[in-house]
Design a protein around this ligand. Sequence first.
Ligand SMILES: [Zn+2]
Ligand SMILES: [Zn+2]
Length: 167
Amino acid sequence: MQKTKKHRPSWDNYFLKLAMLVSERSTCPRMHCGCVLVRDKQILSTGYNGSIPGDVHCEDEGCLVVDNHCIRTVHAEINAITQCSIRGTSTVGATAYVTNMPCTNCAKALIAARIKEVIIFSEYHDTMAERFFEVAGIPIKRLKIPSRKIEYDLKSYSSAKKTEKSK
Ligand SMILES: [Zn+2]
Ligand SMILES: [Zn+2]
């Protein structure tokens, strides 16, 4: 009982940690980024930086670099926004939990999608995001990187039964 409570993350940490997990699906070795769009503590969508559907992956074919940016991937934030558009989910008033400060174009897309807050735990090397968010009145919350460990102590849960493969 006590044990479960000890590791229970705050909402911000929970969604940031999810963004980190989502980023594991990224396919560009230059940057792994994850984004989770949240409203009323519910996940609207997730996104990571990966190739456009059907295209080759950077990790297989190398990056496509122009002006010191890999331009092959659709960025995490854009993928999260387009996931909402595919499903007909409004992004108005959502909070964007992102592993990194958005790049300039993603910042503009988040603003245009009426995101109301951005929460990150790391910076990005080349971005005008801060300036654009300020103009748009969108606060940026910079938090500490959440624990990179996922707690699931299967052995200690008395109600759990392992599957064959988990043994
Ligand atoms: Zn790349
Ligand atoms: Zn971006």
